[in-house]
Design a protein around this ligand. Sequence first.
Ligand code: AMP
Length: 258
Amino acid sequence: MKILDTINALQNWRKSIAHDKSVGIVPTMGALHDGHRSLIARCRRENDICVVSIFVNPTQFNDPNDLATYPVTFEEDRAICEAEGVDAIFMPQYGDLYPDDYRYRVSEDRESCLLCGAHRPGHFDGVLSVVMKLFNLAQPRRAYFGEKDWQQLQLVKGMVDAFFMPVSVVACPTVRETDDLALSSRNRRLTSDHRKKAARFPHLLSTDASAAEVARLLKTDGFEVDYVEDFRGRRCAAIHCGGVRLIDNLPAPKTEDR
Ligand code: AMP
């Protein structure tokens, strides 16, 4: 497995791959868990070559404390990638990936302002910009994204369509713990009490109650609620549990069920 830590190294590696070989990419911010692992395994199965990027992208963090406390576990990440048969890890530095210091960016001005975007100004500009850079560099045939970040998935698909980018975006189902909490790198930051309590989040989200009622019940349970909203057939939500921001989404209940 190659560790590519410069743009040059990635570009040279990419040039060495024969034209008829398919490249799949799994963009991540590291602190890999079984959710990432499912994306990597699928990428491995469906492509000749599998590259995983690990980059904690500062431009998508609106909260400096969230960025500063984001878990970094490179040795474990490397072992997971090795075990999954990854061909290369791309792990650039900010200055290399942003030679323009983010003067240029990709922006979507409608749906990126809703849901998470309403609470994290600029977040999706950062996401779309880094994903476009990764696609331009790695030139993948397929790119793997989790449904856990449903709004991100929709916006990446939209960007690919809008710019006629020659890549297929593959949506992968959310991997959950046995108590249904969606796996997330941020779960590591939960205390054991908050971790136990966090299971109420997917539980309440999966009921047939209205979105407003779910928000009320989450608040009653002591969570700080950013939003619970039904949007395009999904029930999407973000909460804070012990200072850790958690997001999740499920199919929205049919209104006639209520
Ligand atoms: P992140 O490292 O959090 O930026 O996530 C990298 C990719 O893994 C994104 O496409 C996420 O949607 C996906 N992902 C994160 N958590 C999960 C999960 N529990 N199940 C499936 N995919 C996930």
